[in-house]
Design a binder for this molecule. Sequence first.
Ligand code: FPP
Length: 271
Amino acid sequence: MTQGLTSDPNKESHPLLRLVDPGRVPAHVAIIMDGNGRWAGARGLPRIEGHRAGIEAVRRAISAAREIGVKYLTLYAFSVENWKRPRAEVRALFSLLQRFVVAESRTIMENRIRFRTIGRTADLPPKVQKLLHDLEDKSRGGTWTLTLALSYGGRSEIADACETLVRESLEGRRHGRVTEEDIARRLYAPDLPDPDLLIRTSGEYRISNFLLWQIAYAELVILDIFWPDFKEEHLYEAVLDYQRRERRYGGVPESHAKGYRRERPLEGPSR
Ligand code: FPP
C-alpha cells in the first residue's frame, strides 16, 4: 500500500491542527498545482522530474485534507490548454497519471474514497480513459471525494453546459428562460458543492480557467512555493487563513448592518 493517502493512526497530529476550528473547516478545497517545471528547472532537472515530485505532493495534499476534515478535494491535473505542451511532456504526464491510478486504486477503495474526474476526458488516450472510468465506477460508494480535473477548462465546461441546454430546448425537453440553476445542473459534476477554498501554488495571482463557475464565492489562498514543495502544513495554514476570513456572499457583516432598522430584505430583480 502506498504511503500518503491514508492517515497513520499512530502518528502524532500536527501542532497546527490544534488551532483549527473543527466546525468551520472548508468542505471543499480546490487546488491549482503550479510550479512543477520551475521546481525542476531550479534543480537542473528535466520538467518531468518536477511532475514526478508533484505526485508525492498530491499524496501529501490528500492525506492532509483527510486529516483536517475536508470532505471534497479537487485537483487541477491537466488543463485544456496543457495539450499545447510538447508531446513528450503530455505523454509523460499521462503515464504518471496511469501509474498513480494503478498504485492508489486499492488504497482508494480501502479508504472509501470516491474517485471522480471532471473535464473533456473523452480527449484522453483510450487506455487512460478506461482506467479512470473503471476506478470511478468501482469507488462510487466512497464517502470522501477526490476529483481530478483532466483536459479541463472552466470556459469549455460552461460552453458544454450551454450546448446541453440548447440541445434539450431544440428537442423540446425544456422550455422557458435559462436560470443559473439550469447551467449549474449541467456542469461536469453538478452534485459537488462549490469550493469554499481555492489554493494556488507558485505565487501567481491567476485562476487559469479553473472552475470559473464554481469559485464565484471561494476564498483564495496563494502560496509562494512550487507545487512539489507542498507539505501537509501548507494545507493546514491555508485552512487557518480561511478561518480568519468573513464570508459575506455579497451581503454585509452583522456589525456593519447595525444602525439600519431590521426589515425584510428587498426582493431584488427576479433574475
Ligand atoms: C503545473 O506545473 C502542473 C501541471 C500542468 C500538472 C500537474 C500534474 C501533477 C502534479 C502530476 C500528475 C498529477 C496527478 C494527480 C497524478 P507546470 O508544469 O505548469 O510548472 P511551471 O509553471 O513551473 O512550468
